[in-house]
Write a protein that binds this ligand. Sequence first.
Ligand code: ADP
Ligand code: ADP
Ligand code: MG
Length: 704
Amino acid sequence: MSRPVSLHLLRTLRPVTTRHLSTTTSPTPTPKRIKNLLVANRGEIALRVHRTATKLGTTTTTLYTDPDAHAEHALVSSHSINIGPPSAYLDIEKIVKVAKERGCDAIHPGYGFLSENATFARRCTEEGILFVGPPPSAIDSMGNKSLSKDIMISAGVPCIPGYHGTNQDPAYLLSEAEKIGFPVLIKAVKGGGGKGMRIARQNEEFLAMLESAKTEARNSFGDEVVLVEKYITTPRHIEVQVFADSHGNCVALGERDCSIQRRHQKILEESPAPHLDEAIRQDIWKKARDAALAVGYRGAGTVEFIFDNDTGEFFFMEMNTRLQVEHPVTEMVTETDLVHWQLIVAEDGKLPLTQEQVEKQMNGHAIEARIYAENPDMNFIPDSGPLLHLRTSTPSETVRIDAGFKQGSIISSHYDPMIAKLIVKAPTRELALQKLVAALEDYEVVGMSTNIEFLKRCAAHPAFISGEVETGFIEKHRDELFERRQTPGEVYAQAALGLVMNQSLESVSGDPFSYFAAGNGGIQTRKVSLVEKYKEEETQISVDIARTGNGIFDITVTTPNGTETYPSVAAEYSPSSPKDITSFYPHTRLETRFIRTDDKVTLFQQGVQYTLHIQRPKWFEKALGVKSMENSVCAPMPCKVLKVLVKEGQEVVKDEPLVVIESMKMETTIRSPKVGKVARVVHGEGDICKAGTELVEFEVVGEA
Ligand code: ADP
Ligand code: ADP
Ligand code: MG
């Protein structure tokens, strides 16, 4: 079936409306051994599946799209097929065709994309290809939040009180909301990935929230049916990993707490869930197995529950009929390979372990941190770009890094901005947290904004350390988590040292930082001007460096807060050693990683990342002929222009919406920074723009 899909759908595509009429008898697959597996996904999950398949001696075929031609998943397999445009990972017919041409006997859909698409699962079966996933009927039942609630209620699984019927009349839904009692949550029944969901805190805002949930649902899932349920104010997200085979076995592989979320999406996940009463834990596992059995489940699935911190009650939220992003935490504590289990079940084999064996094998505590290309200080707006520099701690038995990218890879704005997953394990939660922070401190990414600093703050927050988790954690601790950090003066000094000592710069003609080139022995001084940005704010820093001897410098740092002087600093610059700059200050030794990219320097020092901008002297800008962008509005990130809201010649006021752009499935409205008149609309609807591209140019007619 072909159906136009927007890029919005790439991440969140859920099964489309396909009622399974029992006119076709689904053939029972005969036990067989998968010899050639098509990995129908990208990034880390494609590499993850490839890794297990290869270990088992199974050949893999991977797919890639035009923007992914040089991506890691396209390089690992000796057979990798180009399927074309960015959205082709959703192209059922093309993928099935590739599988047949390549003689693949099975398809692993990974997560996202087609993993929960019942039509795709059916097409595979029709073509005699094993779909590594649950029966299509189970995908259908669970892909609809309203239908799944019905099934769960009959199976005795507790559900959140609410209305999930067919009457979609706004007035009727409002009366149901009143019955439930505010606040309520409005959810698209076909929703996923946190989309199509709105909280209505009181009566008055219900209809507006309903409209907005429906619009988002229509745009993302092509369906606007919603349900209304009680909004739990201090909930935890606890989910259970279940596995079932075709021989009637079904086990729960422990639970995961995924309460630390931003925009309803998880960023920290752990197993076991902290402070969970043992009786409740056993009960939640049992309910998860009941849920899976109620839909005749097979393969890997996750039953998500919302746990009410106030009452200790838990309710079924939804079942994800695939392997999840956070499955590694379960693999770490249960010492299993869940992709291997998926292949065994697909081959009609029996689950490798019984419930009892799983529990006996479970040990320790595992935590996963999702590393995203995004800017937490700007409301977690996604970012993209080339991974100019990437360094991590060395993976081991207890530190696992699942990544789809290497240094030099490009994080494309076409897809999900997740760069990698960092998973650690230790005997206790406390030790696991220490290990997580240490591994995050070793994680160096340059080329785009990331959430690494934010993750460090979450992981080191006293409330997180004591296991006081809830889905509103980030909101609740906003002040501490987003508190602006003071940059130590030595960071600016190290940055300036890096700039003046970086010998390779000498070859860059005209670079104003190629200092001290001719070592004539006399005292030479240079001034380095740096800018530190925080949100919209810019701080000017000036560093004066005087070379008083070979590798000896007197450094003076001037910031708006005052001046600091560091006399006789012995500094060494050697990019080949573990850190680039080693300096002996009067009071301490400092080791710094120093990465310069164009007009930016990124430093990693004592576990913290700092980004500074180089302010080139005015003559340098002039020499380069850089166009002044003072009267222009530029794209804040790589994006696609969705809508242009103004015309040339039109007068605009400050904050008036100019252009709507889309980047990483998120829409952003670009507003006018001042009063003015539109002189030129540089990019039209549908244009793809790089970060910094001029979008609208205007003449200033008044003061801002
Ligand atoms: P999960 O439920 O596995 O934790 P999320 O809730 O964060 O995942 O994601 C919601 C949807 O987006 C899911 O359908 C998931 O499969 C998909 N998704 C998440 N991360 C990615 C990614 N990096 N690439 C592709 N799809 C993703
Ligand atoms: P999706 O399919 O988008 O993942 P879910 O139904 O799983 O949607 O909900 C996503 C997140 O929204 C949950 O992890 C939880 O944080 C929050 N949430 C969902 N239902 C409720 C509720 N009734 N009350 C409070 N928070 C909820
Ligand atoms: Mg969910």
